[in-house]
Design a protein around this ligand. Sequence first.
Ligand SMILES: Cc1ncc(COP(=O)(O)O)c(C=O)c1O
Length: 389
Amino acid sequence: MGYDFDKVYDRRGTNSLKWDFAKERHHSEDEIPLWVADMDFKAPDAIIKALHEAAERGFFGYTQDKREDREIVSEWLYRRHGYRPDPDEILFAPGVVFALTMAVLACTELNNAVMISEPVYYPFSSLVKDTKRRLVRNVLFHDEKGHYEIDFDSFEKQIKNNDVKAYILCSPHNPVGRVWTLEELTKLGEICLRHGVIVFADEIHADFVYEDNKHIPFAAISPEFERGSVTFTSPSKTFNIAGLQIAEVIAHDKEIRNKIRSTTSGMGYAEVPVTGLAAMKAAYTECDEWVDSLVAYIYGNVTYMENYIKERVPRLRMTHPEGTYLPWVDFMGLGLKKRDLEELIRNKAKLWLDAGYIFGESGEGFQRFNVACPRATLTSAMERLTSNI
Ligand SMILES: Cc1ncc(COP(=O)(O)O)c(C=O)c1O
């Protein structure tokens, strides 16, 4: 079946954070928003249908997840990524950031060190600081092509020197677009095991991988890794349903799972929303073909943007994304100061992007784009950019 990802929808006036909050967030209304990881594609029909049916019933009271719902999650992960967690080891949460926060609270103590690899999705550093843990910033290194890797020597040294208790893995990595290899994940996992560091694997971008890259669920690598980690996933990125507030936490170790469960209920979270549950079920059982087409379309956008930049603005350097729909572009070749770069992006090109420094100091001079939009939107953005450089 064909899906029309080229169709441009006017999302203004829909309470969209991406499109309707320019003023509140000190941006101008005429900037093309390519910032927050929210796609400008409608959710698949099966999800819309499931929500229509729920709406027509007209009851939005409490619900609770059943084993069969958790089986659906497990089957989806197995079908797509070869990882079949025990359904009874899956917990639901309203979002991945919320769940990560609960896991940090549950599995570490006040002032314990929690490490992240920067540049990385900025709520990681915020949640570590907000939970009054010590933030340890491991910095990824990159070569002249913008390919990022973990410096395992410094990774291990930082764990030892700071007595790190937990590491938040972003896999695939937002914003540098890495899909970590089995070798890298194994190395990372062995270091963490050696030093008793629990790995919180945020795998929310797992479905967006390109070419011959393959997402490897961290917990699927070995029974030791499964025991020493917690996996976080969600249909929210893949199906563009972040507003429906449903995510999954997979904790094989019973003690860890119970701690996360009681911390979460201690925060007052009880049940999944009836709408989120209905959407999750439709997403994970009826939309495989839609996801395949979506990923192929986005890969087309990634390639378009990469070629466009190489040919038209070679002073910029785009990291070749192995995964995610969030290309990472180095603007340092323009030799602009922070303020002038902001002036170029916002006031001249009229784009709303995520400035690199918000992902950590090492992101300074970079910008993160979101190409989960119709090609026409991306083309306009590229044209605005080139005509102002
Ligand atoms: C790596 C990563 N984790 C988590 C999230 C957000 O997840 P949620 O909305 O479920 O909290 C995002 C959204 O962009 C993300 O990129």
